[in-house]
Write a protein that binds this ligand. Sequence first.
Ligand code: IPT
Length: 991
Amino acid sequence: MNYNYHQDLNIVRMNTMPDRAYYIPCAPSKNTTSKENNERVLLLNGSWKFTYYPSFAEASLEGVSDNVLPVPSNWQMYGYDKHQYVNIDYPIPYNPPFVPKENPCGVYKRTFSVELTEEMQFHLNFEGVDSCHYVFLNGVFIGYSQVSHSTAEYDITPFLQDGENEIAVMVLKWCDGTYLEAQDKFRMSGIFRDVYLLQRPQHHVRHYVVQTSLQQESATVSFKFDDFGTALVKSVKILDAEGRAVAQGETCDETLSLTIENPVLWNAEQPYLYQMVLDTLQERIIDTIGIRTISAQGNVLLANGQPIKFKGVNRHDSYPDTGYVASREQMVRDLQLMKQHNINAIRTSHYPNAPEFYHLCDEYGFYVIDEGDMESHGAWSSHGFRDNDWYAVVHHDPQFQTAIVDRVQRLVTRDINRPCVVIWSLGNESGLGVNTLAAVDAVRKLDSSRLLHYESKNFMPEDQEKFNFDILDVESHMYPDLEYTERLAQENKKPLILCEFAHAMGNGPGSLSEYYELFYRYDGFAGGFVWEWCDHAILQYDASGNAQYLYGGDFGEVLHDGNFCVDGLVYPDRTPHTGLLELKNCARPVHITRAGNTFSAENKLDFADLSDAVTVVWSLEQNGTKIAEGSIANFNLAPHAKAPLPLSLPPIDGARVYLKFEYLQKAVHPLIPVGTSLGFDQFDLSTEDMSVSLPVSHSAVTAEQTPTGWLVNGETFSYHFNTALGTFDSFKIDGIECFDRPAEFDIHRAPTDNDMVEAGIASYGQNSWKSLRLDAAYAYTYETVVEQSNTSVTITCPLSLVADRAAPFCNIQAVYNVYGSGAVEVSMHVSVRKDLAYLPRFGMRYFLTEDFQNCTYFGYGPQESYSDKHAGSYKSMFNATVPDLFENYIYPQENGSHSGTEECTLSNANTTLKAFSTKPFSFCASEYTREELAAKKHHFELQKGGCTVWNIDYAMTGVGSGSCGPYTIEQYRLTEKEFVFDYMFIPRRNL
Ligand code: IPT
């Protein structure tokens, strides 16, 4: 093939029609916006003939292949070419405008029939093709376009023949646009969004812009039409949600202004939409209109004049079975989950989503930062490892200006009529330079009604002086730590937005509640967008039909970024991660606080009165059992207002008494069933501490020395203490062994993704857990002393935790009191080596026989919880099986611990073992050892350990979000250098 537009920076398109707002027209008097069952739309989705060529040079339109490929799809999902996941770097040499000669090319072909008439034109639409396409009709070249996530439209009328026609599309994997599409994703190719033919009358409205403005008691809706200057008669009707006409008008001009009296405004909580019916002689266009304003007053972000907070997420089009293809059902499912987890804002990272997505956001109520298809930080690593001097080269080089400006123009023009879009984004992380200024200008020319965001901090050295951040409307940051975030919030002159924060990779993010606390504390803090919504992975099935997820490096790629794509709030199949439950409660609609006996509610919504949105119910539990409940119906509370709750509680007396308020959806919303829980607050009202007395037994207990330690015998038990290990290696109750192997001291954990630097998995970590050898710690015991009384045996064992090459990590004075009942009191006085910044954990792990499957605990649950990640969990008495306690991360890692635990029991058919402490501890019960979790790279490689691993930890360091952001903050790390860990171990024979 001789075409070379894909290697020409000045040609981003050839023969496309001028860009326009997205809409689907229909015939006059019809009432549809759908592509289906619409006589004006010929949807060309479906099965296309497909020929794959490893290089464009070999590709031919003549080749006939019997292979077929669905449109829309990505060809890598069907076995052509191979998957590659890279985050920031370019997967091809940085050598613009050239791309590799081995440039995979898919030739798509199909036929369709049209009936040609004088009156009608035919416009061919591609909503998304990666990376670029050449179109041919009946063998004739029609045009070319790049920009994977934007629409390309061609007028093919002159090339059509009456009856059957053949369309051929050559899609290339790489083009010079690839240098502008270095987004963090699997790099897939193909026609991945709808393809269709629109029949348009010779005279029609091509483009229209709807803008709304608010007066005291009315709204002006202004239309600007592009009808090619034909003075077409345009008649516009605006209907309210009940279908009543509230305004109408007719014009031959290019503009029209209509007034709506007492308008109902659009916001994400109450997404009220009007309908526009735009009639011309031979065509109708139906669209929705949302009336709202977005503005900044000082540093406060306002919608409709009211301060708002973004409780946002970054979302990619990424599905494990369909790749980039996002069906309406898949998009609605995402939005439903978001709504049910209190998410009200989406940043379309880092490209425009399917046009229909924005209609769904309008309808269901989301604020959108709509981002241009632009990310060029790949140049960063082009001259060595992440050299900042090269970061911004693309935005600096005027050769790229046409392409960069084209991308934002396509973005703004397509989505200009969507009320959900409140902020435009030039793209992501492409640096700052002359092209940034041109792109800002282009956006401002097209739309002055929205705010403008762009996050990138790097310049080419010579550009440093030129850039004034005042040209952007919001102050956007990524992954700042809490201290810096607070400083920004105190100093910002424009609304502050964390466009990415709380990297949700694996077990995390930690400290989400601290960020949310700052969002609310500062009026000028407009909130933030968690990175990111979903795990990206490729689905395959094992022989038994179990789902397996693959990530970077699993396809033989040389360049890849491993599992960095698996960093979402939901698993690839949209099962929520525990991090999403955390986010949900941080973003809950109500906060209740306590002052003495008064509980006050604060409405955290921006628009809805509480009585319309939420029902507050409460329940009182004692030791996990409900003792009272009630509901506070119709509690009027204006947005952002705070007031004491009318509440009368029964008299409270005792330990472990917890009051929980829960917020249930009250308003009717298509995605949130009435009664859905939207979050909670919980208060400890206990008047005393829980105490567990050791079971009384007068039976004797004896200790006798063995070659390896001491056998401690009682009437119902026989334990063996191993003096070399400093712990018990056998634990028999009524003759039945509970241990699979000796207990151990434990100061390590299977690194989480967020630990990757601290743990020493990423190459750049210093003083890592690995280099310190925390993962190799074992006990070195000194002289054990055993003392006996009539009713107890006391074993005192001083020891150190050591590792080869390392100085002792800590010294422990371990004392075990064994009573006639079989109860064991464990007391450890621990002194940690002063230079160790912190320990991942400190505790003991017991390897119980694998039949210990049932767990009951009083602590933070039901999902896993950590010191910096328990806003979404609450205290109660929970029952779970050991497999249920496991959180099956795609990349295995520490999981399933429960902080704030006061007691925990594990049982099999014969025996119940209870661990109890007066100071809350963390526990974990798992079928997998931490060594196994650390060794395996995929969930499906894991092998059970043949035992139940039971960790009882004095403390477990929090999870943080260190995979791309701050590590666990100081207060949630186990930094103590001297502490005492006491707990009781109470066995009971089951009846
Ligand atoms: C930041 C990117 O903006 C985002 O696309 C994603 O790659 C994320 O990190 C990591 O998952 S880039 C980083 C250098 C801050």
